[in-house]
Each structure stands twice: as structure tokens, then as C-alpha cells.
Design a protein around this ligand. Structure first.
Ligand code: PHB
Length: 392
């Protein structure tokens, strides 16, 4: 089989790229190891920057996001028993939407299916060939058959454990990594929102985050040992911990609900440079990981896709290679900004085991500063809404 662009991975990056290329008359095939049901139910984060919302809207998949997502104009930072607001819209003119990643995936899959897009689920034994030539191919197994997809370009959107990044020779690639000694315990519960806006809380017991999914489903997290097990956490113990960390002096407290999902995720910062080799280009988690504190993961994947769409379009319409050649360099500017922001927010908000009282006071001093200085708050806000790096 032949296509123009072979895409490995049906996450937000792969699906969105495939759809944007289709809208420009460029053919692609998306290969995914998991089933459609699996990708549509994997629980991930859910904050969309303005630029992400705009690109989803441009792709024609923004209707449900607009109707069901919640537009937020600010968020709160809780520390030392008080809560202070970061006025995103007032400081930057932009806002964010809270809309779960798997809902974005459902919208994108529906759009690809409606457009008769080629999407292969449940593939295995994927391998890349000839990526250093102008006739690359992807071999894989699908429904018991050995298949080969010949293409002009291979785009690796297959996450941090996928085959794509590993296909770039180690000698040409450098990995930058930081593993954090804590994780996030996440819950989904039925119940009313605790607050109109997200609350990021720093507490001596550890970080907590109050987020939302809808009027009656809430998403909350608290810092935990990444090696802990959800079985050690009864519902009562979870609520006690969230109350201890988030309830504030002004009488505000977290609204309990019926917990129906619990999970623990580790936290890691990671960048692969380069993000390209010959006719292979990486996008999203295949090339970079951020801890979830800055809510940047999916937004970075979408920003990569914006660049790749433009670069592939320039190749097919104007026979230009320059945007593809410069892809990694351009993408890495936004990525490193987001890496720093996510690391900074993570370091300011989490309990660091072994931190001295002096270091703990520095965290509080920094929170005081970003919540009282307009300049400092603007730095936080423009990074959060995603305009700290101009639209590429
Ligand atoms: C979420 O709602 O899942 C969420 C929100 C903000 C974050 C991370 C996750 O920073």
C-alpha cells in the first residue's frame, strides 16, 4: 500500500495531523497498536490553550469542545491557608478550555471516520525502513497479515515508548531527562464542582489540584509516592487528604463526591533533540514529556502538528523542503519554554522530600510574588495560556 504521509500513533497528534493534511488534499494512513475503544477511554489531562482550541476549530472538530468544554478565565493558587487568583484573561487577553483529552480523541476519530480516512487499529510489530532515503516505509502486522506502507514521510506520534524515536540513530540524538521523585494520584468523582476555577494547592503535606470535567463529574489530583498503589487509598483516606491540603482559612472546602476512578502517574520531563532524521519527524510525546503541572502535554503535541502541517503543505504545494528541514529547531523553542514552565511550576508547588525549611520558605516566597506582582503573574499567565512563545 502507498500513501503520502505514514503516521504512527492515533493520539491527538497523529489524528489531528491526519485530519489537517486531509483538509489540504494530502493523503495519510494512521497506524495504532491499541483499539479504538482503548484510545477513546484512556484518561489524560484536559486543559486546552487558545491556540489548541483554534486549531481544533480550524480542523472542523471544535463543536463539542465549544459546547461541552468549560471556558476558564483564570485559576487559583492556594498556599498557606489562602487562595489567590491568576487572572489569565485580564493579564493576557486569552483563556483556556477544560475539555478532556479522550473527548478530543473521540471528536478526531469521528472526523477521520466520516471523511473515510485510513485508520488501522490493533497493528503490531511496527518497524521503520529507509527513513534516510526519500522512499521510507513502515512494516507492520494487521489482522494477522504482514503489511507494508510506502510513503514520502513518516511521522512518529507513537508516544514515549513507541518505535519511532528509537529509529533515529542514537549517535545523532540527545535525550534530556529529569525524573521527579513523586507522582500524582488522580480521581474522577461524581459530584458538584468545588470551585468555578482550577485550584493548584501547595501544602506541607504535598501538592493538590482541583479540576473539573462537567457540572457533575470532577477531576482531582494529589501528590503521592509514584510507587504507591491505589489499593492503599480508601475513599475516606483520599477525601481526608484532599481536605487537609486544599481547604482554606476563608471557609472554602473541597466538595466530596462518589469516586469512580483512581490512578497514579509518575512525573517526568524529557526532550529528544533532534526530533527528525531523514524522512522521519517526531511529534508529541514521542519527542517530549512534561510533568502535568503546567497542563502543557497535549498543547505541545498540537503545536508540533501545526508546524508539521505547514511544512508538509509547503513541500507538496511548493516543493519546498526548508520548513521540514527546520522543523526540529523551530519546534524545540516552544518545547523548551514549556519544559521550563512545567518544571518551574512543579518545583514551586510540590513537597520536595528532604527540602530544608529555608527551601520551603522560598517556595512560599515565590507564590507570594506571582500572586501579588502583576509582572510575575503575567509571566505565569502567558506561559499557562501558551502565548509566551509566538504562534509558529
Ligand atoms: C486535568 O483536568 O486533568 C488537569 C488540569 C490541569 C493540569 C493537569 C491536569 O495542570
Amino acid at each position: 500500500m502507498r500513501t503520502q504521509v505514514g503516521i504512527i500513533g492515533a493520539g491527538p497528534a497523529g489524528l489531528l495531523l491526519s485530519h489537517l493534511l486531509h483538509l489540504r488534499g494530502i493523503d495519510s494512513v494512521v497506524l495504532e497498536t491499541r483499539t479504538r475503544e482503548q484510545i477513546e477511554s484512556t484518561i489524560r489531562a484536559g486543559v486546552l490553550e487558545q491556540g489548541t482550541m483554534d486549531l481544533l476549530t480550524e480542523a472542523g472538530v471544535g463543536a463539542r469542545m465549544k459546547a461541552e468544554g468549560a471556558l476558564h478565565h483564570g485559576f487559583e493558587l492556594a498556599f498557606e491557608g489562602k487562595r489567590r487568583r491568576i487572572d489569565l484573561t485580564g493579564l493576557t487577553g486569552h483563556s483556556i478550555t477544560v475539555y478532556a483529552q479522550h473527548e478530543v480523541i473521540k471528536d478526531l476519530v469521528a472526523a477521520r471516520v466520516a471523511a473515510d480516512g485510513a485508520l488501522r487499529f490493533g497493528v503490531s510489530e511496527t518497524s521503520l525502513h529507509g527513513i534516510d532515503t526519500d522512499k521510507p516505509s513502515i512494516r507492520y502486522r494487521h489482522e494477522g497479515e504482514a503489511c507494508e506502507l510506502q510513503c514520502d514521510f513518516v511521522i512518529g506520534c507513537d508516544g514515549s515508548q513507541g518505535v519511532s524515536r528509537a529509529s533515529i540513530p542514537q549517535a545523532l540524538r540527545r535525550d534530556f531527562e529529569r525524573v521527579y521523585p513523586f507522582g500524582w494520584f488522580g480521581i474522577l468523582c461524581e459530584g458538584p464542582p468545588s470551585s468555578d476555577e482550577l485550584i493548584y494547592a501547595r501544602h506541607d503535606r504535598g501538592f493538590a489540584l482541583i479540576s473539573t470535567r462537567s457540572a457533575n463529574v470532577q477531576r482531582m489530583y494529589f501528590q503521592c509516592d509514584p510507587k504507591d498503589s491505589v489499593d492503599n487509598w480508601s475513599d475516606d483516606r483520599i477525601w481526608a487528604e484532599l481536605h487537609a491540603r486544599v481547604d482554606s482559612h476563608d471557609g472554602h472546602h473541597v466538595a466530596d463526591g462518589k469516586i469512580f476512578q483512581k490512578n497514579i502517574v509518575g512525573m517526568r520531563s524529557f526532550v529528544s533533540a533532534t526530533m527528525q532524521y531523514g524522512r522521519l519527524f517526531l511529534a508529541g510525546d514521542a519527542a517530549h514529556i512534561v510533568p502535568p503541572t503546567g497542563a502543557k502535554g497535549m498543547n505541545l503535541a498540537v503545536a508540533d502538528v501545526r508546524l508539521l502541517t505547514k511544512a508538509l503543505n509547503a513541500f507538496y504545494v511548493e516543493n519546498r523542503m526548508d520548513l521540514l528541514d527546520g522543523y526540529s529547531k523551530t519546534a524545540l523553542k516552544r518545547i523548551w519554554r514549556a519544559e521550563h514552565f512545567s518544571y518551574w511550576m512543579t518545583s514551586m508547588m510540590h513537597r520536595i522530600e528532604g527540602a530544608s525549611p529555608f527551601e520551603q520558605q522560598l517556595q512560599v516566597a515565590e507564590l507570594e510574588y506571582v500572586t501579588t506582582s502583576r509582572s510575575a503573574a503575567t509571566v505565569m499567565a502567558e506561559n499557562y495560556v501558551g502565548v509566551a512563545v509566538p504562534q509558529d
